[in-house]
Design a binder for this molecule. Structure first.
Ligand code: ATP
Ligand code: MG
Length: 247
């Protein structure tokens, strides 16, 4: 990292840490100073904000650790033959809990081959993409996760689609950069550090997969169907013969 990049990194990180910390401090101070005057509902509301902001700090620290690990050669991936459906279902139930107004549809073709991935990293990739789909889509909209493959295909494809603010063609490369967020009414409303997709792309490519994005305007001209597609290598006969596809 050169000096300028390092300085940018430190100032972004400090800003990202300071915002939730300031709000945690502010709401705890208010509660301590006005405990007797606050009704139960306000206390609950303030504690909820403190909880949300602490979660945001945890995600941020975890993301920064992932970024550091990505840059180090010591971060070894453990490849295993993996049935991806249960992992996707777990991620969906976690995100659903955070975004109860979204409707999640998991569409799986019956015979999905197993893929060769590091299970934790695969789950992290799915978490980032499905969480983004919920974060940047409209209330009460559908989020679909479609898994497809074909006989003799080298890859399994996972498409995550949402209906929301969309991503303009000129922004579609930039979103994968470190700390990059696109300014729009929804991103201003929801919090994030812009590390999720940077980590996701790096992990997918480390696992010999591919990631792409598309965003198409709907007839109303205001909403877009955004689809992120990831592809992972299947556990085919060749890989099995090379003994890299074992449980
Ligand atoms: N499904 C989506 N629809 C519209 N915009 C999206 C979508 N996914 C990502 N983006 C845009 O790409 C930017 C980068 O996404 P990324 O996941 O890297 O960061 P983030 O969600 O802002 O923060 P975090 O690090 O917490 O994930 C987002 O800020 C948003 O502007
Ligand atoms: Mg994100």
């Amino acid at each position: 990292m050169n000096e300028q990049t390092y300085e940018d990194f430190i100032s972004t990180v400090s800003h990202e840490l300071r915002t939730p910390l300031t709000s945690i401090r502010g709401f705890s101070q208010t509660m301590l100073a006005s405990w007797d005057r606050l009704d139960d509902e306000s206390k609950k509301k303030f504690l909820k904000i403190i909880e949300e902001q602490s979660n945001r700090l945890i995600t941020l620290v975890e993301n920064m650790l992932s970024v550091t690990k990505l840059q180090s050669s010591k971060d070894m991936l453990i490849y295993k033959e993996t049935d991806i459906k249960p992992i996707i279902n777990t991620v969906v139930s976690i995100v659903k809990n955070q975004y109860p107004s979204r409707k999640f549809v998991v569409d799986v073709s019956n015979k999905t081959p197993t893929v060769l991935v590091d299970r934790d990293k695969f789950q992290q990739v799915m978490m980032n993409l499905i969480e983004n789909a919920a974060k940047y889509s409209f209330e009460n909209s559908d989020i679909t996760i479609k898994i497809t493959s074909c006989e003799n295909c080298e890859f399994v494809s996972i498409k995550i689609s949402d209906t929301g603010v969309g991503i303009k063609p000129e922004d579609r490369e930039r979103i994968f950069d470190k700390f990059s967020r696109i300014d729009n009414p929804l991103t201003r409303k929801v919090q994030g550090s812009g590390l999720g997709l940077y980590i996701t792309k790096n992990l997918v490519e480390k696992m010999k997969g591919k990631i792409s994005v598309d965003s198409l305007a709907k007839d109303d001209g205001k909403s877009f169907i955004t689809t992120f597609e990831v592809r992972f290598p299947v556990c085919n006969i060749e890989n099995q013969a090379r003994e890299i596809c074992k449980q």
